[in-house]
Design a protein around this ligand. Sequence first.
Ligand SMILES: Nc1ncnc2c1ncn2[C@@H]1O[C@H](COP(=O)(O)OP(=O)(O)OP(=O)(O)O)[C@@H](O)[C@H]1O
Ligand SMILES: [Mg+2]
Length: 501
Amino acid sequence: MSAVPAARRRAPRILVVEDNAALRRGVARALAAVWGAADEEADAGEAVARIGDRHAEPYDLVVTDLRLPGGDGLDVLRAARERDTRTAVLMMTAHGTVETAVKAIQLGAFDFVQKPFELEELELRVEKALDHARLLDEVTTLRDERSERLGEERIIGDSPPLRAAVDMARRVAPTRSTILVTGETGTGKELVAGLVHSLSPRAAAPYVKVNCAALPETLLESELFGHERGAFTGADRTRIGRFEQADGGTLFLDEVGDMSSATQAKVLRVLQDGEFNRLGGTRALRSDVRIVAATNRDLEEAIGRGEFREDLYFRLNVIRIHLPPLRERAADVAALAHHFLAEFGRDLGRRRTGFSPAALERIRSHSWPGNIRELRNAIERAVLLSDGERIEVDNVALPERRRRSRGGGWRPELPEEGLALEEIERRVVLEALRRARWVQKDAAAFLGVSRRKLNYMIRRMEITHPSWRRNRGSLEGDADESADGATGGDGPDGVEAPGIR
Ligand SMILES: Nc1ncnc2c1ncn2[C@@H]1O[C@H](COP(=O)(O)OP(=O)(O)OP(=O)(O)O)[C@@H](O)[C@H]1O
Ligand SMILES: [Mg+2]
């Protein structure tokens, strides 16, 4: 990831060099509050060494004192210019050293502030310096960094869990191995799938995506495997399926945990024998596809409930890439927020330079149940709501606490192809049951319907669950009583509700 210019991908890297400890900390803390983080050095020699460290990315900004132990601010300036001309250097000068400051400007420093200064004044100049650095950055980026990192540069974040996932993706991309990408909704599964394809030898071949949750069984199968003319009502032409389209390339099976058991069996056959039939077709077809599958469901749990085939799971789970939820990689939040700020600033034609400390604090302390997608939406909203160049805390509208709301902010994510209302209803019922650990009484309460009504729906939808078996004859009420006993009743923890929030 290191060849990608820093400012475009994450919060800017800042170094503060100052021997007065109190001042150094004060400055570093003030800058960190707005821009995410700032490193500190008290000695010119140490600072020069740190700036030159080839294992770290170049700094976007160095704020340095002029008089320092171990050398002086001009040494720091020279080291920064030598390492990367895009690094902006800001000098802090005491009264009487202004001449030197002027010399510093001639040597390439971006600006200087005269001590004593207000932190606001410093922030303002830092902002200007970073903007300038960003501009330079973009120009240089166009010039020399396009090439093979296309997919990767869009993946923001330096937290160890994210890095591990990206490293894994990079390592397995050249192979043919099937990959299973897991993680909550909005954690970047699709992004990683795209990365795998773009870094693979198949990058020039088709990259085909299918959302397995978006279609009812027959349509999904026809989508995947194609159909012969007359295979079913409405099949008036032969159609090539996605497996055939993706020949030589990569097939991304999204929401793979939502396939019916019949479809699972057919996908398993392709993975095992490399063969499939078009619907209504008798000829076995072959296709050379690399499969990347993704799901936000807990497949192990689904296997336990008999909803997902274990043998298919083993075939898919050859390489596992897990994307942790955003709340477990707090270090990435600020970087992502700044990234999206720049993105929407550009796209919406509204330049925004940063966040107020309070705004950033609100963003940092939110739990982000919708993960990066939610963060991205929140930043877009903030850009639209803000008037000035800085995002204020009031522009960051976040739900206080999700649990208590009766779903006020919930918005189902509908597939572009459309989805039958009946299917939506069925999925919501299934999800509520899953959350309630198959205790009908609790699921009914969650959905705000009577037990009788839920029980009726369950029968109509032909939903069954092993824990209900004992009461098969009864129409209502009692079934959930026994399920209560069988599953231990309550327990909101551990049961995530992927997809439906
Ligand atoms: N590390 C990241 N850096 C930048 N953008 C990201 C990152 N991770 C995710 N995103 C963005 O967040 C949004 C959601 O990501 P994506 O669609 O890949 O999530 P997902 O895991 O597939 O979610 P779902 O399970 O709901 O389908 C996308 O706009 C994506 O570009
Ligand atoms: Mg997705």
